[in-house]
Design a protein around this ligand. Structure first.
Ligand SMILES: [Zn+2]
Length: 325
């Protein structure tokens, strides 16, 4: 695998951010319940967001990016136990994050549209050992149940050519993103070729799910085209594409969507066989040891709450929603 792997250094701030400030009371509208107290849940909506990258599930993993169904299930159980709740990449891109107070967003992304991610039996029922079935099962088993969300970065003829898969994903609230028609190394194509790969991919997705808006993309192998801008927007044979967010392959948590963030190059963390440097186990351990780094939701999508003592502010375009405490 020739993925572009970034230096595994998180954007870590001061870890001594214990916040004891008294919060100003927020006047609630008479008919609505008072919003949660951000200090009570240590809300920090300027904290980092792990974007996890999954590939194949296999009982006998071969590549470094593969893992067993049991390993995948165990990681989901850990995430939910530690208060993570899934959002889609499109939610990250738009800042529409609607999580309960005190929980942490995680983005589950699946690349390459293999049959191990979404597969149906002859009866049309999801195979119980495919990734999306495991996600649904583990999410439903939580108390209260967790909304299963994920983003699938698909190539053409996805999921072993099973035409049921993309409509099923869209109907069940999962995001479908672009990963090029043929899993091409965009660094080896000219501008016309790059745009052809992305337009043919978006056309195939929209043919399978009419009306869908393909809002985010993941670079195959983490490789940019020589003109980086073509990863996010372009046109080929009369069809245009424009993505809110472009995803890399490595190797550290993504910044808060409300802080300074380059939506043209959002990092992901790989999850796979065993432990490799800067993988999901490494980062989940590190964030558990230093929870002030994490994005922690305040329970009110209209506010962006964060401890004033952290010394950071949202990007100016989010200033009207800022709620330092
Ligand atoms: Zn890929």
């Amino acid at each position: 695998m020739t993925g572009l792997v970034c230096a595994g250094v998180a954007a870590c701030g001061d870890s001594a951010n214990t916040t004891t400030a008294v919060v100003e009371s927020v006047a609630a509208a008479p008919s609505t319940p008072a919003p949660p107290d951000p200090a009570a849940v240590a809300a920090n909506e300027l904290g980092v967001v792990p974007v996890l990258m999954y590939h194949q599930l296999s009982p006998h993993p071969a590549g470094d990016y593969d893992q067993t169904p049991e390993e995948f299930r165990a990681e989901l159980e850990r995430l939910f136990r530690e208060g993570y709740r899934p959002i889609t990449m499109a939610q990250y891109g738009s800042g529409e994050i609607d999580l309960p107070a005190g929980t942490h967003p995680v983005v589950l992304t699946f690349d390459d549209s293999t049959g191990s991610q979404v597969r149906f039996g002859d009866d049309g029922i999801l195979a119980p050992d495919c990734a999306v079935a495991i996600l649904q099962d583990v999410a439903a088993a939580q108390t209260p149940a967790v909304a299963p969300r994920a983003t699938f970065y698909v190539n053409n003829d996805p999921f072993a050519g099973d035409g049921r898969a993309l409509p099923w994903l869209a109907a069940h609230g999962y995001e479908i993103g672009a990963h090029t028609a043929d899993h091409s190394n965009l660094g080896q194509l000219n501008a016309d070729g790059v745009q052809r790969e992305l337009v043919q991919n978006v056309r195939a997705i929209t043919a399978a799910v009419p009306g869908i808006d393909v809002r985010t993309m993941a670079l195959p192998l983490g490789v940019f085209p020589s003109d980086h801008a073509l990863a996010a927007a372009g046109t080929w044979e009369g069809t245009a594409y424009r993505f809110d967010t472009v995803l890399l392959v490595g190797a550290n948590p993504a910044p808060s969507p409300y802080g300074p963030v380059d939506h043209g190059a959002v990092p992901r963390i790989r999850s796979g066989r065993g432990e490799v440097p800067f993988d999901s186990a490494y980062w989940l351990d590190r964030l558990a040891a230093d929870p002030a780094q994490r994005y922690t939701a305040d329970g009110d999508p209209a506010r962006i709450s964060y401890p004033r003592a952290g010394g950071a502010d949202p990007d100016p375009r989010w200033a009207s929603r800022a709620n330092p405490y």
